[in-house]
Design a protein around this ligand. Structure first.
Ligand code: CUA
Length: 348
């Protein structure tokens, strides 16, 4: 990784966020320097000028100065508000994933990153993404807290057990960039990292179609739902079903027993699989068994992806490149899901 940023101690700027974060950072440095230097100069100047103590023992009294007080109120106000606004704007952008982003699933584990694409492609400690496309990561962990950090993209987010967290970015130039874990997570924390490969769309499509290593998350989820876990026996959606109808449910507000309303998002679906009794949809009995301990985080991702796919309008449109991997979806249907399988990334 060559370093081309103009201050060599900084990582490359390789995402749309990078220049914004750096600009804010340089502004903070500028403000710190602009205040520190006059203070240091004044300390030396005064200690020399007023060193004859007796002569200045009784200083002249000052009875306030409107000009001075206005100036030292307005300048810090402007400085602190620009820091606040700059930080808030960048923060809201970074943690509001756009609707049209391509989705990637990330599962952290001591001490590796397991990644799966919408097409089913899996990778470990590597993430291949196309340049100039918005990419949204849906992340969770099998064990402890981790933190997904790509310095060249100037973005990171905690990965938290028991819930989903998200981050997104748009890479601006092809290359190979460090991927790190930025939350101390045990013995081999420092080794929990890898590389992000930013590729031209064409190369990415090639990569994607060249390494089919399993079912798509939606297909895997469908298999679990209909066969392996038997969810369909209660949730197939017909009249008189014991389980709530799941078609079209994603991102809608559902009424719960007890009168609350909740949005059926990823987090809700996940929670309903693991703790079914906690948020029961109105009109149904709390009879669903928990699947805690029976499904892995990756299987949960697949189930959620499948249930989302039952709500075509609400789910974020699958932004996979249209011509990519035409064979994968069909041929994958016969393949068994491997829990973890490092994709043999041949063409990089
Ligand atoms: Cu995972 Cu540090």
């Amino acid at each position: 990784m060559q370093n081309t940023s103009w201050v060599p101690i900084f990582p490359e700027q390789a995402s749309t966020f990078a220049w914004q974060v750096d600009a804010l950072y340089f502004y903070l440095i500028f403000v710190s320097v602009a205040f520190s230097i006059p203070i240091i100069v004044a300390i030396f100047f005064f200690s020399i000028k007023y060193r004859a103590r007796e002569k200045f023992a009784t200083p002249e009294e000052i009875h306030g100065s409107m000009v001075l007080e206005t100036v030292w109120s307005i300048i810090p106000f402007v400085v602190s508000m620009t820091i606040f606004l700059g930080g808030a704007i960048i923060y809201f952008q970074q943690y509001t994933p756009p609707e049209d982003a391509m989705e990637v699933y990330v599962v952290g584990k001591q001490w590796m990153w397991k990644i799966q694409h919408e097409s089913g492609q899996r990778e470990i400690n590597e993430l291949h993404v196309p340049v100039g496309r918005k990419v949204k990561l849906t992340m969770t962990t099998e064990d402890v807290l981790h933190d997904f950090f790509i310095p060249a993209f100037r973005t990171k987010a905690d990965v938290v057990p028991g819930r989903y967290t998200y981050m997104w970015f748009e890479a601006t130039k092809p290359g190979k960039y460090r991927l790190l874990c930025a939350e101390y997570c045990g013995l081999n924390h420092s080794g929990m990292g890898g590389w992000v490969y930013v590729m031209e769309q064409r190369d990415f499509d090639n990569w994607l179609s060249g390494n089919v290593s399993g079912q798509t998350p939606v297909d895997a989820g469908k298999d679990l739902f209909q066969n392996k876990l038997g969810c369909a026996s209660c949730h197939s959606g017909g009249a008189g079903q014991r389980g709530a109808k799941l078609e079209g449910i994603f991102n809608t507000d559902v009424k719960l027993v007890g009168g609350q309303t909740v949005t059926a998002d990823d987090q809700y679906l996940r929670n309903s699989i693991l703790n079914p009794a906690s948020q029961v949809v109105e009109g149904y009995q709390p009879i669903m068994p928990t699947f805690k301990g029976q499904v892995t985080e990756e299987q949960l991702n697949s189930l959620v992806a499948y249930i989302k796919s039952l709500s075509p309008g609400a789910a974020s449109p699958s932004a996979m490149a249209p011509p990519a991997a035409p064979a994968s979806a069909n041929s994958a249907a016969t393949t068994k899901t491997e829990p973890v399988k490092p994709a043999a990334n041949s063409n990089k």
